[in-house]
Ligand binder design. Structure first.
Ligand SMILES: Cc1cc2nc3c(=O)[nH]c(=O)nc-3n(C[C@H](O)[C@H](O)[C@H](O)COP(=O)(O)OP(=O)(O)OC[C@H]3O[C@@H](n4cnc5c(N)ncnc54)[C@H](O)[C@@H]3O)c2cc1C
Length: 462
């Protein structure tokens, strides 16, 4: 252990290494990976047998299965069910060091990555021979960052816990309010989801189910089933990446669950009391932003060209223009395959992670790369609405309803990391399917202990 930490320190400070002759010199190339999400983690695992040393840096200590974040936000699953510690997943790999730190910049000339320490130690810099950047995306308010406090996005476990708290608190506050101010109670029971992509559709359907099924018998002074749930989409229809026929079926299902779908309705403003959509004011206590993402600041770090969403325009082999040894993958990268942009979804990030690792493996072993350009294998798209309905657009196969939902279940269980998570999630889904219950209906302040007394505009009893 002592040897590893000495060696590791030497890699962080080349200056110190020069003046400390007893420190061991690394004998294999250093691959530094920023981000332990889908792309970064896959790249790290693919390099397990390569003659390289890997350093994987992430600002969180856990990998998140983001496709199920909405189920944490709507109390179906607990945060630990959809995440796993990065050390637990990759730490057993002999050639890897995992570091908890936030990357603040990249010095491409000196081949150094600068970090801000998050473990109470000191800020450090790490050298690299190859760099893979897989820092994903951030919520994009398209220039309206002032909306963020009123319409939180869903990207991290903290976001999901905060949204869950807001949803559950809204019912509690409405229960306390009805006798005094029915208008305020109605506003408390109005939920607006902005963005009609898969996340928005899944979120709106799940909130409607919480209101109309899970909580239906739990309150005495309000009827949770009377809650108004809106799904607001600026474009002409929801689920733009699915066929029109499937999107229509999804919309019908949402309507049956009592979700009001408003398409062609751009949001004009958002504030503490609600939002303005297409010139009309809607009073809503809980607003959720599922309308867009932009890449993390990788383009700025590298001083390189980005597209409009801030993604680095990489070369066909995923390397950065003028920087053969730097690769950008996943949601942070903009690349085309079969003359079409590769979508910002988990399978693309996984495939890009495997490809970048293969290119590096080939270079360090002096073999030719498997392919000169990344080719995306499109496995199709899935979205679920409620507890037994989904839509699946998989090449020529288009499914809607229960069979698509079974497919959705199988795919999500298969890609979820860790046996424990798979077992727990399968049990929770089965339990909920038969009982309509959601086991994680907890109002907690773990993400914001300072906010325990005052959350979302109303005071709560401790
Ligand atoms: C709510 C939601 C639902 C989704 N649903 C689906 C779905 O159903 N199907 C699907 O295929 N895709 C879905 N996606 C998209 C999918 O999750 C992403 O495409 C995928 O996660 C991208 O992988 P990535 O490796 O590029 O980034 P991520 O998986 O986001 O990983 C980025 C990692 O980088 C770390 N990081 C970021 N900045 C720094 C920094 N400065 N320093 C250190 N570490 C840093 C982060 O902590 C994170 O661990 C969904 C996304 C969201 C948010």
């Amino acid at each position: 252990m002592a040897t590893i930490s000495k060696w590791f320190s030497a890699r962080r400070w080349p200056e110190a290494q020069e003046s400390t002759s007893e420190l061991a010199q690394p004998t294999v190339p250093e691959v530094l990976i920023i981000g332990g999400g889908f792309g970064g983690l896959r790249a790290a695992l693919e390099l397990r047998h390569a003659p390289v040393h890997v350093t994987l840096i992430d600002r969180s200590n856990h990998h998140i299965f983001q496709p199920l974040l909405y189920q944490v936000a709507t109390a179906m699953l607990s945060p630990a069910d959809i995440s796993g510690p990065i050390r637990g997943i990759a730490g057993h790999q002999a050639n890897i060091d995992v570091v908890l730190a936030e990357v603040t910049g990249v010095d491409t000339e000196r081949r150094m990555v600068h970090t801000h320490d998050l473990a109470g130690a000191y800020d450090r810099s790490f050298g690299y021979d190859y760099l893979i950047i897989a820092t994903g995306a951030e919520t994009n308010y398209f220039g309206h960052e002032d909306w963020a406090p009123f319409a939180p996005g869903l990207k991290t476990l903290e976001d999901a816990i905060a949204i869950r708290r807001n949803i559950l608190l809204a019912f509690e506050a409405a229960e306390a309010e009805t006798a005094h101010d029915p208008d305020r109670a109605r506003r408390l029971l109005t939920f607006a989801v902005i963005g009609g992509g898969p996340t928005g559709v899944e979120m709106a359907g799940a909130i409607a189910e919480v209101a109309r099924q899970t909580l239906v018998k739990d309150f005495r002074h309000i009827r949770p089933g009377s809650a108004r749930v809106l799904l607001i989409e600026a474009g002409p229809r929801i689920l733009a990446t699915f066929s029109e026929a499937l999107a229509r079926k999804a919309e019908d299902k949402l309507a049956r669950l009592g979700v009001e779908v408003k398409c062609g309705a751009p949001v004009e403003s958002v504030d503490t009391e609600g939002l303005i959509v297409g010139g009309n004011r809607i009073d809503a206590h809980t607003i959720i932003w599922a309308a867009g993402i932009s890449a993390s600041p990788v383009g700025r770090w590298l001083g390189t060209k980005t597209d409009r969403a801030g993604r680095v325009q990489v070369r066909p082999d995923l390397s950065v223009q003028g920087q053969d040894n730097i690769f950008v993958i996943g949601d942070a990268a903009s690349v085309s395959s079969h003359s079409r942009p590769v979508p910002g979804i988990a399978p693309a990030a996984l495939q890009e992670g495997a490809f970048a690792a293969a290119v590096i493996r080939a270079r360090v072993t002096g073999k030719s790369a498997p392919r000169s350009a990344f080719v995306y294998f499109d496995k199709g798209v899935l979205a679920t609405i409620g507890r037994s309905f989904a839509v699946a657009d998989i090449r020529r196969l288009q499914l809607a309803g229960f069979p698509a939902w079974i497919l959705w279940l199988v795919v999500h269980i298969y890609f979820l990391i860790g046996f424990r998570n798979r077992a727990v999630v399968m049990f929770q889904w089965a339990w909920s399917y038969f009982t309509f219950q959601r086991g994680a209906r907890l109002i907690t302040y773990a993400d914001r202990p300072d906010q325990r007394e005052k959350v979302s505009g109303f005071v709560t009893a401790g």
